[in-house]
Design a protein around this ligand. Structure first.
Ligand code: 13P
Length: 238
């Protein structure tokens, strides 16, 4: 299966920092799919000045029209963007995105040739109450009931425990392995097998161990993707 090293810059990076990253980042996407999702305003600059895949942090479920502030997949594709994150926990929590709206966004991304990186994950409370698999199942079933084996190469599932994002806390390797294997098994029940990446406090210090888990096909990284040096180190671990 293809491996992915994806960066989510969230609402960070000044133009100067974007320029410095582009100058210093030496890796290029070959066997490994290297991608960065910057703030949308920086997509054109990064497309012109890097050798990696550039994507968006969100996209609209609508084609075009009166949707102030939204990003249409058709227009992202037109620019040369190649993927979109969909359903990141910050969007689910802060902007009330639902699994149902995420499925519509994925449909729209796929019809416009964008790889959809569908983010799922449990909160700390759900983790502590042993509800992780139930939560993930609820987030995954609508996907598995909507898409098919034909969409296999156009969707990646990002498992990001909400409590591991930006906290420095990482689940044990056994937990990451168990949960990502569960995701693969569930997908296989629907005759689908998507690449599954892990996200949540991935750093150069823990990438070697995480990248060696057989059920993990890559990572989705926040903080450690902001600097060329640390993101490069993560890419080289694959
Ligand atoms: P951190 O790597 O900063 O924990 O963020 C993870 C994330 O939210 C990527 O989408």
């Amino acid at each position: 299966m293809k491996k992915y090293c994806l960066g989510n810059w969230k609402m960070n990076q000044s133009l100067e920092e974007v320029k410095a990253f582009s100058k210093d980042f030496q890796e290029s996407s070959n066997d490994l799919y290297i991608g960065i999702a910057p703030q949308a305003i920086h997509i054109p600059y990064l497309l012109e000045n890097t050798q990696i895949f550039i994507g968006s942090q969100n996209c609209s479920e609508h084609k075009s029209g009166a949707f102030t502030g939204e990003l249409g997949p058709q227009f992202l594709n037109e620019l040369g963007a190649k993927f979109s994150l969909i359903g990141h926990s910050e969007r689910r929590q802060l902007y009330k995105e639902t699994t149902e709206s995420c499925i519509e966004k994925i449909k729209n991304a796929l019809s416009n040739d964008l790889l959809a990186v569908y983010c799922i994950g449990e909160t700390l409370q759900e983790f502590e109450q042993n509800q992780t698999k139930e939560v993930l199942k609820n987030q995954l079933l609508p996907l598995l009931e909507t898409f098919s084996i034909n969409d296999q190469d156009n969707i990646v599932i990002a498992y990001e425990p909400v409590w591991a994002i930006g906290t420095g806390k990482v689940p044990t390797l056994d937990i990451i392995s168990d949960v990502t294997s569960y995701i693969h098994d569930l997908c296989l029940q629907y005759k689908q097998d998507y690449s599954v990446v892990y996200g949540g406090s991935v750093k150069p210090a823990n990438i070697k161990d995480i990248s060696q888990i057989p059920s993990v096909q890559g990572v989705l990284v926040g903080g450690a993707s902001l600097k060329a040096e640390s993101f490069g180190a993560l890419c080289r671990a694959f």
